[in-house]
Design a protein around this ligand. Structure first.
Ligand SMILES: NC(=O)c1ccc[n+]([C@@H]2O[C@H](COP(=O)([O-])OP(=O)(O)OC[C@H]3O[C@@H](n4cnc5c(N)ncnc54)[C@H](OP(=O)(O)O)[C@@H]3O)[C@@H](O)[C@H]2O)c1
Length: 125
């Protein structure tokens, strides 16, 4: 696979924008998620961006006009299946570390389960 030229990349982006696709982002409050959200908005690739997380983020201004937030309980994702509906693309930036969660609360497996469950809900939508 060859790397697209800047002109080809521009055409690809314009063609993608024309599809009016919607995406959701899990973990937009984290370091990786913040960068992804900024890039998605900078490139204006999606007509609708949904942030699915456990807390509401302070996002004010016209820059975020096509962003909406769905606050969910990741322990009871089935009850929030509607949050995943109507999207073409999903990004997962969930993660945790021992330092953040504490050894007892280290939730790498939990995060993987949440991710797997989210994929199932998104596919069923
Ligand atoms: N940071 C990097 O440089 C980097 C580089 C390469 C790969 N990665 C990978 O990218 C992923 C994210 O890393 P990160 O550094 O962005 O992590 P982070 O800053 O700690 O962000 C983690 C995200 O996951 C959410 N989260 C954690 N535990 C949760 C739970 N129990 N229920 C619901 N949401 C939960 C957090 O939500 P809250 O804000 O509500 O806590 C936050 O949005 C990881 O898999 C990591 O290995 C990161």
């Amino acid at each position: 696979m060859s790397v697209p030229t800047p002109e080809e990349l521009k055409n690809l982006q314009e063609s993608f924008r024309g599809k009016n696709q919607a995406c959701f982002i899990l973990g937009a409050s984290g370091e990786t998620g913040k960068e992804l959200l900024a890039e998605v908005l900078r490139q204006q690739l999606f007509s609708k961006v949904t942030l699915i997380g456990r807390r509401k983020l302070d996002l004010e201004g016209p820059h975020y006009s096509n962003v909406r937030q769905e606050i969910v309980d990741f322990e009871k994702l089935d009850e929030f299946a509607a949050a995943f509906q109507g999207h073409d693309v999903g990004f997962c930036c969930l993660g945790t570390t021992k330092a953040k969660a504490g050894t007892a609360g280290f939730q790498r497996v939990g995060i993987l389960i949440m991710f797997q469950h989210s994929v199932e809900l998104a596919k069923a939508a």
